[in-house]
Design a protein around this ligand. Structure first.
Ligand code: HEM
Ligand code: HEM
Length: 207
């Protein structure tokens, strides 16, 4: 592509973040049922990436910042109208609808990671092993086994509440990921711009 018709939009760290997230999320999702070391490791990697992205959303370069793409609902409506009218407004960074998808993905991933850490903590492992997780699961805690053992009978152990939340959050995140990928392909078509390539090279069309 002609370099002068394009402009640098996504910085290298943001791109590294994205593709590392794709790989680590896929590994975490596929190893969830095994509960092995690989699951915990990939879960930690996802957690670290999300922490980085939140920081980058505050101190990162222009198009990485939340202030660049988190807009009021009015802009989202205007953008969707322009899509429906066949003349989509062009944004260099995330468009207003895409911006909300980014936030939804980050929240879903954060809830998945936190509940995973809490479930792991309830089994006596990891940073939340000392019972410092949010007391959300203690409502279900079974005093006799003090929530340290999972008897796999409904919601009796304190940890099983976190497991349920973790599993639901993981599946909800996966559903958002599918919507996200569909959104990327639909807007690539509408804008006649290869957004996947843009997330690899960092460059987008100027107009
Ligand atoms: C985005 C990242 C993550 C994804 C997509 C994910 C996904 C999953 C899935 C699909 C399961 C299987 C649930 C089931 O069928 O019972 C699971 C279980 C589990 N995950 Fe994660 N997870 C993630 C992060 C983490 C983290 C950070 C930890 C903590 C170190 C963790 C700890 C666990 C544990 C302990 C289980 C077993 C729960 C049980 O006993 O059923 N996960 N995870
Ligand atoms: C192979 C499948 C995927 C493709 C092709 C893809 C593609 C893209 C593209 C093109 C963008 C930029 C959107 C724009 O131009 O506004 C983007 C952003 C994003 N994607 Fe994906 N994606 C994939 C999988 C995932 C997965 C699995 C996750 C999370 C688990 C994810 C999370 C995100 C996030 C958080 C952003 C926002 C980037 C930022 O500003 O930090 N993506 N993706």
């Amino acid at each position: 592509m002609n370099e002068s018709a394009t402009i640098k939009v996504w910085d290298p760290l943001l791109r590294l973040f994205h593709w590392s997230l794709v790989v680590s999320f896929a590994i975490a999702y596929l190893t969830g049922d095994e509960e092995g070391e690989l699951h915990v490791l990939s879960g930690y990697v996802v957690s670290g990436l999300i922490a980085f992205r939140i920081l980058w959303g505050i101190v990162g370069p222009r198009h990485a910042r939340f202030s660049d793409f988190v807009t009021g609902p009015g802009k989202v409506v205007a953008y969707l109208r322009s899509l429906a009218g066949g003349k989509p407004q062009h944004y260099l960074g995330h468009n207003p609808a895409g911006g909300y998808m980014v936030i939804a993905l980050l929240i879903a991933l954060a809830v998945t990671c936190y509940s995973g850490l809490a479930a792991y903590g309830a089994e006596g492992h990891g940073p939340l092993a000392d019972g410092t997780s949010l007391p959300i699961a203690s409502a279900y805690a079974d005093e006799d086994n003090e929530g340290m053992e999972n008897d796999h009978e409904g919601m009796e152990g304190g940890e099983s509440a976190w497991e349920e939340i973790h599993e639901t959050a993981a599946n909800l995140t996966l559903a958002l990921v599918f919507l996200h990928i569909a959104g990327v392909f639909v807007s690539s078509r509408l804008h006649r711009e290869n957004l996947v390539r843009a997330m690899i090279t960092g460059r987008k069309n100027k107009s």
